[in-house]
Design a protein around this ligand. Structure first.
Ligand code: MLC
Ligand code: AMP
Length: 471
């Protein structure tokens, strides 16, 4: 079963632990989780889809777990979501209610609160493995985010593959402070812990101090995006305080080599790097018992096959130098984008290869290095995937903007930072707030530059590579 450690029989047989999940000042035992989440399941059973505003709270944990018990697909909604993105997610997913945290604006949907102290011991049959567990919204280069359909089977397979790669066991205490509305924090961090049966500690904001504290209290398996690791290294003391951990794991964006080296020098741990996406889950990783090479993201997990493809469709050699488009086959692949067969067909071919949109090299030993994204319009900022097109559309919706172009400029802290170039008479701060309110706070441009004209080619297309030279 997907949530193996919450199997009521396992809990009843004495496998209870008092502190299975610690989040937002609340500690839940395994039987608390089973009882309260089953009570949630009873209230939502039969619903087609529900939305969960994924603030990092016990209510969010119980809402997600309750839906997984009842077999109701969950749409995790970013905690800082803005109005336009929220409406899109609700309409596109067809969510019938908000479960758990209550948004300020429910958009007319009913809200079902989660009662922390309610208990039910009803036993639900395990839903079929191909049932959708989660619909996770993620950005493309253009347009509004697409709903990625993730089955129970894909999630369970990925967690088991990672458990093997990282020697992850019920003895671990997993700590992180990442958002609970993306694969990293939700699937790996929370659902991974509930499947493997280890203790889970949510740190609150992923600050160096909070991570150091969580490890001093017994955290052994620590997850972060490169921005988190970079801030920890810059802190020095926090990095040294991670020494007692068992494994530090970085993913969601490229880990700069100096950050890898800084962690190794200060904490004594070379971080494990792993690569993944919302659509394919985690597919490549270095191993707990294997080489960790700065700048490289590792080997295919058990059951994953990769290939590199040149622009003319021919195979690129695995020589550690030649660059090609990365395709992969994996038992962890998504079941398509909700309502978007066209977009699904663009990335998932008839032979079951997922075209990742990343370019990579592979060496003779099968080690992978991610060179970058094929498109300049897909930006990774602080580990968040953000489409230039969705921000441009929102900027163009502002009365003071005539033209807009968005780029991801290199940034020492965020990896890439969103910079918007606009033609118009709006004030930059007003435009930043406009994006934060319409899309989500983490998608706001960090900088808006008002210019007289955008550089365009003869066809009128904005020259983004040239804009990158302007920052
Ligand atoms: C500032 N703020 C504003 C604002 N300007 N709010 C509204 N409007 C404005 N104009 C405030 C916010 O309210 C908030 O306040 C604060 O700024 C947020 O600051 P930030 O600068 O945006 O946060 P930052 O510190 O930069 O965040 C860094 C980070 C974050 C690393 C914590 O980027 C993060 O959590 N990244 C993780 C992304 C992730 O998990 N990706 C995984 C994708 S899955 P306040 O008071 O609330 O702080 C995936 C698959 C895989 O990729 O391989 O894993
Ligand atoms: P998302 O859908 O948010 O999970 O973003 C997936 C994308 O994040 C991938 O296609 C990569 O571009 C990037 N990514 C994830 N992990 C890594 C990593 N370890 N190194 C480099 N890029 C990564």
């Amino acid at each position: 079963m997907l949530l193996a450690s919450l199997n009521p029989a396992a809990v009843a047989a004495g496998a209870d632990i008092d502190d299975a999940v610690r989040i937002d000042g609340v500690t839940l035992s395994r039987s608390d989780l089973v009882g309260a989440a089953t009570s949630v399941a009873e209230r939502v059973g039969g619903a087609a889809t529900v939305a969960v505003l994924a603030r990092p709270t016990p209510a969010t944990v119980l809402a997600v777990v309750g839906c997984l018990i009842a077999g109701v697909p969950v749409v995790p909604v970013p905690a800082d979501v803005g109005a336009a993105e929220r409406r899109h997610i609700l309409t596109d997913s067809g969510a019938q209610a908000w479960l758990g945290e209550r948004p300020d604006d429910t958009d007319g949907l009913p809200h079902i609160p989660v009662r922390l102290h309610a208990r039910s011991w009803h036993r639900y049959a395990e839903p079929p493995p191909d049932a959708t567990a989660l619909i996770v919204y993620t950005s493309g280069t253009t347009g509004l985010p697409k709903g990625v359909l993730l089955s129970r089977r894909a999630i369970a397979a990925d967690l088991d593959m990672l458990a093997a790669a990282w020697q992850w066991t019920a003895e671990d205490t997993l700590v992180h402070g990442l958002p609970l509305y993306h694969v990293h924090g939700l699937v790996l961090g929370l659902l991974g812990s509930l499947r493997i049966g280890n203790r889970f500690v949510y740190t609150g904001k992923p600050t160096p101090e909070n991570y150091a504290q969580a490890v001093s209290e017994g955290g052994s398996l620590v997850f972060g995006v490169p921005t988190v690791w970079s801030r920890i290294v810059a802190d020095g003391d926090a990095a040294r305080a991670l020494a007692p951990a068992r494994l530090l794991v970085s993913g969601s964006a490229p880990l700069p080599v100096p950050v890898f080296d800084g962690l190794a020098a200060l904490s004594g741990h070379q971080p494990v790097e792993r690569y993944g996406s919302t659509e394919a889950l985690i597919t490549l990783s270095t191993l707990a018992a294997g080489e960790r090479r700065p700048g490289w993201v590792g080997l295919p997990l058990e059951g994953v096959t990769t290939r590199l493809v040149a622009e003319d469709g021919t195979a690129v050699p695995h020589d550690g130098e030649s660059i090609g488009a990365l395709h992969l086959q994996s038992p962890t692949l998504f079941d398509g984008y909700l309502n978007r067969p066209d977009a699904t067909a663009e990335v998932l071919d008839a032979d079951g290869w997922y075209h990742t949109g990343d370019v990579a090299v592979i060496d003779a030993g099968g080690m992978h290095r991610i060179v970058g994204r094929a498109s300049v319009d897909l930006i990774k900022s602080g580990g968040f995937r953000i489409g230039a097109g969705e921000i441009e559309t929102v900027l163009l919706g502002h009365a003071g903007v005539a033209e807009a172009a968005v780029i991801g400029a290199p940034d020492a802290d965020l990896g890439q930072r969103i910079v918007a170039f606009v033609v118009g008479d709006a004030a930059p701060d007003e435009l930043i707030d406009h994006v934060a309110q319409q899309l989500s706070v983490h998608k706001r441009p960090r900088e808006v530059r008002v210019v007289d004209a955008l550089p365009r080619n003869a066809m009128g297309k904005v020259l983004k590579k040239e804009l990158l030279q302007w920052v």
